[in-house]
Design a protein around this ligand. Structure first.
Ligand SMILES: [Zn+2]
Length: 396
């Protein structure tokens, strides 16, 4: 059986609740009270059918003051309001359920969990957090409350509590989220590094590696610290591992590699060449990274960019339209063209989430759209159309 709208469905449910109330053999309120409930309930159903949701809400709230048997209808009504984005109404409905004195403990918990979800939807994180922390201590909604709390702690950047809540979930038999925990330690490490507390940052990174081996983000931060401390060998070793591990991270590793290589003078060029040779399937990524990070002073990278100009049909066509042959460009022109593309890349999306498609010009380890970790992939082609339109990048 189908319904024209969710409100019609809910109206049928509400009518069922009202009938159930009268069929019940439980002790009743006074005859006058029951009559009041019946009138309010039927009025509410009538308003719902006619999609007069404001008036329906008032009628149901009036009925709910007297009747505890139709609580499931109120849960359905509350969640429907929330799904439609009418959070104020959802809060009123769920608050009303919570306030009933004769509610069984299970339903009170359910109502408080629903209320926490309303607050989350409304962006009232502190109120949601207060309820969820109580629900996370015990009861039927314990696991769900912990998972929602983790989301709140991530927004609040309270990484310590996010870690301990993940550990609680793991203790309760839920699969451990190594990737997320590793990132929390990296966040703590970045904060410590930013404040100049390098030893503390290293400790957090050790913990990150403890939960997730071969962790690229932790290697990148450790390489930053090594560069800061003048330990070029360690930085190089870590960055080489990142490049070997994931070609998509070449764009992150290259500016750091360039810093290390430039300090080595003549040796730096051959170091970069060895690295590029170690990852033959990453040449497009290296060329893109060289352009956006202005690293064409390394001959091996300039050659890769030149090859990219020839192979990429759009770029080759653009260069041809300028009256030049991509195969015979001089170094100065290659650098100038790369500069144009770099400015173009700065105004167009450079990363896209593999989970939800969110695109941004800056890199996020956690997708702002769907909150997945490690889901953003760099785009290694220039979006000429978007660039010429003035950019469609979302703020990073
Ligand atoms: Zn996403």
């Amino acid at each position: 059986m189908g319904f024209d709208s969710p409100w019609t469905f809910l109206a049928v449910l509400a009518l069922g609740g009202a009938i159930g109330f009268y069929a019940s053999r439980r002790p009743r309120p006074s005859a006058l009270g029951a009559e009041h409930v019946r009138t309010s309930y039927l009025a509410g159903v009538n308003f719902l059918v006619n999609e007069q949701t404001d008036k329906a809400l008032e009628a149901f709230l009036r009925a709910a003051e007297l009747d505890g048997d139709t609580v499931e209808t109120h849960f359905a009504l509350g969640s429907l309001y929330r799904r439609r984005g009418e959070v104020d109404r959802a809060i009123r409905i769920h608050q009303n359920i919570v306030n009933r004195s004769s509610l069984p403990p299970g339903q009170r918990e359910q109502a408080r969990y629903a209320l926490a979800q309303d607050y989350l939807r409304a962006g009232l994180l502190d109120r949601a957090e207060a309820i969820l922390e109580e629900l996370a201590a015990a009861g039927a909604h314990r696991m769900a409350a912990m998972r929602k709390l983790i989301r709140i702690y991530e927004v609040e950047r309270d990484w310590e509590r996010a870690i301990s809540t993940h550990e609680e979930l793991a203790k309760a038999g839920r699969p451990a989220q190594e990737s997320a925990i590793g990132h929390y330690y990296c966040e703590l490490a970045e904060t410590a590094r930013g404040a100049g507390r390098l030893e503390e940052a290293k400790q957090h990174l050790r913990k990150a590696r403890g939960v997730q081996r071969r962790f690229a983000r932790s290697a990148l931060i450790r390489a930053d610290i090594a560069i800061e401390e003048g330990d070029a060998e360690l930085a190089l070793r870590l960055l080489r591992r990142v490049v070997e591990q994931d070609a998509a991270l070449i764009v992150e590793a290259l500016p750091r590699l360039a810093r290390v290589a430039r300090k080595r003078d003549a040796d730096g060029g051959s170091m970069m060449a060895t690295l590029v040779d170690s990852r033959p399937d990453g040449r497009q990524e290296f060329a893109f990274a060289a352009i956006v990070n202005d690293a064409l002073d390394f001959p091996v990278l300039e050659t890769l960019v030149r090859t990219q100009f020839e192979r990429d049909e759009t770029l080759a066509g653009l260069i041809g339209a300028l009256g030049k042959d991509p195969a015979t460009l001089d170094s100065r022109t290659v650098v100038e063209l790369a500069g144009v593309l770099r400015r173009l890349a700065a105004s167009t999306p450079r990363y896209r989430c593999a989970q939800c498609g969110f695109s941004s010009s800056g890199h996020f380890w956690q997708c702002p759209g769907c909150k997945s970790w490690d889901s953003q992939r760099p785009l290694t082609r220039f979006d000429l159309v978007a660039g010429l339109e003035g950019g469609r990048a979302q703020p990073a």
